[in-house]
Design a protein around this ligand. Structure first.
Ligand SMILES: [Zn+2]
Length: 99
């Protein structure tokens, strides 16, 4: 089945499908899904490779299962999206006020 890339200005055939979950702040990139899903978006190879996620999200590229040959990604490897951990201090502690 041939589907086109979801990017507006792109007419290439899709080779990958991605889905995302706001709650988990995670995007999963897979090989082209067999069926169209309302929550999934198809992308061509170029746009799949260029896919970026918002800050604090992580991108899980699972195309390694479907693609082979370039040895670029191992199975289930997490893309290097490090989430900016805002460090949570204890907050300023009210010091005991001596009189
Ligand atoms: Zn494209």
């Amino acid at each position: 089945m041939n589907r086109a890339c979801a990017r507006p200005a792109c007419a290439d055939l899709a080779t990958a499908t991605f889905v995302y979950d706001y709650e988990a702040r995670t995007t999963w990139l897979d090989g082209l899904a067999g069926e169209r899903h309302p929550m999934a978006y198809d992308l061509c190879a170029v746009h799949a490779d260029g896919l970026r996620v918002p800050r604090g999200w992580r991108l899980v590229d699972r195309r390694g299962d479907a693609r082979r040959g370039d040895g670029r990604l191992g199975d289930g490897r997490y893309a290097d999206a490090r989430h900016g951990d805002d460090r949570r201090g204890d907050g300023p502690r009210a010091g005991a006020l001596a009189s």
